[in-house]
Design a protein. Sequence first.
Length: 87
Amino acid sequence: VFQTLWCCCLVMQFVTSSLPSTAHFAPVECCFEYAEKPIRRPQSFYETSKDCPKPAVVILAASGDEICADPNKPWVKKTMKRLQKEQ
């Protein structure tokens, strides 16, 4: 399993390093799945690029994990509002 993952990483590195110079305009991070439940002890958040296929809010948890969330969910909106007030 480790060798397969290592091989995939090497292939991805090769593919991304050989992309044309316009690739630097591509979004750095996109979310493809959302968390279903509210995040415990959220510390901060940021929104993903408008160039991503799905809109998302990335919430930084106290554990250091970055968790993708649906910006249209009420619990995500509430979390964002609370964190903005704390800043």
